[in-house]
Design a binder for this molecule. Structure first.
Ligand SMILES: *[C@@H]1O[C@H](CO)[C@@H](O)[C@H](O)[C@H]1NC(C)=O
Ligand SMILES: *[C@@H]1O[C@H](CO)[C@@H](O)[C@H](O)[C@H]1NC(C)=O
Ligand SMILES: *[C@@H]1O[C@H](CO)[C@@H](O)[C@H](O)[C@H]1NC(C)=O
Ligand SMILES: *[C@@H]1O[C@H](CO)[C@@H](O)[C@H](O)[C@H]1NC(C)=O
Ligand SMILES: *[C@@H]1O[C@H](CO)[C@@H](O)[C@H](O)[C@H]1NC(C)=O
Ligand SMILES: *[C@@H]1O[C@H](CO)[C@@H](O)[C@H](O)[C@H]1NC(C)=O
Ligand SMILES: *[C@@H]1O[C@H](CO)[C@@H](O)[C@H](O)[C@H]1NC(C)=O
Length: 467
């Protein structure tokens, strides 16, 4: 289920149960911010009509006094009674919540909820702040204002197998007033999404009604898109699309392979990262099926192998039958690093090779090599960026040094473990994001037509310069 839709409907439920006293409401709104970013660990504990995430319960939340018939404490009472704001804290979030409560008590200005936690790893006392980005959701992102109540017809053409619209239901989305109309386009169809991999001029639509928006969808990098508009600037499809639905951050309908949500485990419940680091027996795992790629990653890895062990599994290495448990979920236990090397080096092209490691107990650090500006968009200490190094040799030397220093390595493990993958790409994501686009776009914006060759053309990718 789409995370945003879940938090959306939850917030609605919460809203309906809220007390309607203005002062309390303000307090409650701040608490909703806290709830929203721990949304997946909800428990049954209620406070002021709001569900409190399990993360808080171990340290006891007391904003109202249970033993007095759940009597609400107003803001005025809280200002006088210091115990209340000191009890509203957990080990994991004490920094952010005490900040929150202090602000609340000492001034009337609103601050945004800062989501920060401290590390338990040896370098401890370091405070980790979540920085939002197109790929990082710090607080369970609340809803944008809908600009219309209209219900929109959506058609998705040239669907690959995984886009099974029969299994999709808009009612799961935050913006749900859309319908998939199968392959039937008529004057009620507002958005026509065309999957562009392999698109050529033999494919045409018979009629275009006024106001119909054409969206170009792809999840492949330009060298793997093979569409006529890339090779031929006179292609029919070059000046037809109004919006794009891709992994690029500048797409109107941004559909990355996945995103991350900041979801730190309370301090007391975190694993011992130092011990995990000390138990590592192997260096680097790489699962790969496609050997010859535009990024020449295979050559790069061969150069790394002169310095450090890289165990290669899949089509270009040992078959998985020989990898045994390594080819299942067990590999993060043994290995320190995993190569999330993209097949091509193109603007914003980052795939599941990176995001899939952000699952519980995957204590392995991704080493990334690709065209995204990783350092700008993704949290510090959750990955190693190959392009920070002049050569494969330099990178390998660094990994060796880091891997031989369990204290330093555990700091990466702990940082990375504060994030979880969410919103995996798929029909749910493209469906909900399309409907969100239709409901939040500016109604009076100027007509736009993409020059697709220019937008996606070869200058969006670069040759490997580190070999
Ligand atoms: C809650 O109420 C009980 C009973 O009236 C009282 O003993 C207790 O001190 C109160 N707790 C707080 C935090 O005010
Ligand atoms: C709890 O509150 C309800 C509603 O205000 C009231 O009817 C009830 O008597 C209270 N119970 C106690 C034990 O104070
Ligand atoms: C949507 O409908 C509601 C209820 O009919 C109305 O109050 C609201 O203004 C409408 N919103 C827009 C953006 O038209
Ligand atoms: C759409 O077409 C139908 C019949 O083809 C017509 O009755 C209807 O008025 C049209 N609606 C709009 C909004 O143009
Ligand atoms: C990390 O990778 C990206 C993409 O190559 C690059 O733009 C960025 O500058 C790299 N390193 C740093 C320190 O930002
Ligand atoms: C990441 O680390 C760099 C260098 O240590 C620092 O300048 C930057 O502010 C950090 N970014 C975030 C989001 O913490
Ligand atoms: C969409 O593109 C077409 C040309 O392909 C153009 O005529 C139309 O105005 C555009 N519509 C919007 C909403 O941008």
């Amino acid at each position: 289920m789409d995370h945003q839709s879940q938090s959306g409907s939850m917030l609605k439920t919460i809203w309906e149960t809220l007390p309607k006293r203005p002062v309390t409401l303000f307090l409650v709104m701040l608490i909703i911010g806290v709830s929203a970013f721990f949304i997946d660990t909800l428990s049954e504990n209620r406070i002021l009509g709001v569900f409190i995430p399990a993360a808080f319960t171990q340290d006891k939340v007391q904003i109202y006094n249970n033993s007095q018939n759940n009597s609400l404490l107003g803001l005025g009472e809280m200002m006088e009674t210091k115990t209340y704001h000191t009890t509203f804290s957990t080990q994991a979030t004490s920094a952010s919540t005490s900040l929150l409560m202090t602000t609340l008590i000492s001034s009337t200005t609103t601050t945004t909820l800062s989501t920060s936690v401290t590390l338990i790893s040896p370098q401890a006392a370091i405070e980790v702040h979540c920085s939002p980005s197109p790929y990082v959701d710090c607080d369970g992102s609340l809803m944008d204002e809908s600009t219309t109540n209209e219900t929109f017809g959506v058609v998705l053409l040239r669907r690959p197998g995984w886009m099974d619209i029969s299994r999709f239901d808009f009612s799961k989305c935050q913006y749900s007033k859309c319908v998939f109309q199968g392959d039937t386009i008529d004057n009620t169809t507002r958005l026509i999404i065309i999957y562009t991999v392999g698109l050529n001029d033999n494919f045409k639509l018979s009629q275009r009604w006024p106001g119909q928006i054409y969206a170009a969808a792809t999840w492949e990098s330009p060298p793997h898109t093979h569409a006529s508009f890339l090779s031929d600037k006179n292609s029919y499809w070059n000046f037809v699309f109004n919006v794009t639905a891709t992994y690029r951050t500048d797409s109107e309908i941004f559909v990355p392979y996945a995103r991350l949500i900041f979801q730190p485990t309370p301090k007391g419940k975190r694993p011992n990262y130092l011990e995990i680091a000390q138990k590592k027996t192997k260096w680097i795992a790489w699962f790969v099926s496609n050997c010859r790629t535009p990024s020449r990653r295979h050559e790069y890895v061969q150069q790394m192998q002169k310095v450090i062990d890289v165990d290669i599994y899949g089509g270009c290495g040992k078959p998985c039958s020989q990898g045994g448990s390594v080819c299942t979920e067990d590999f993060p236990a043994q290995y320190r690093f995993y190569l999330s090397f993209e097949n091509s080096l193109c603007t914003d092209y980052i795939t599941e090779k990176f995001f899939k490691l952000f699952t519980p107990n995957a204590h392995v650090i991704p080493v990334v090599r690709g065209g995204l500006d990783y350092n700008k968009h993704l949290p510090n200490y959750t990955f190693i960026n190959a392009s920070d190094f002049k050569s494969a040799n330099d990178l390998a030397q660094f990994l060796k040094q880091l891997g031989n220093d369990p204290a330093a390595f555990s700091r990466y493990l702990e940082h990375k473990d504060m994030y979880r993958m969410k919103e995996k790409s798929g029909i749910d994501n493209i469906g909900c994001k399309s409907c969100q686009y239709l409901h939040t776009r500016k109604q009076d914006h100027e007509a736009k037509v993409y020059d697709m060759k220019d937008w996606m053309g070869d200058n969006r990718c670069y040759e490997a310069n580190d070999l």
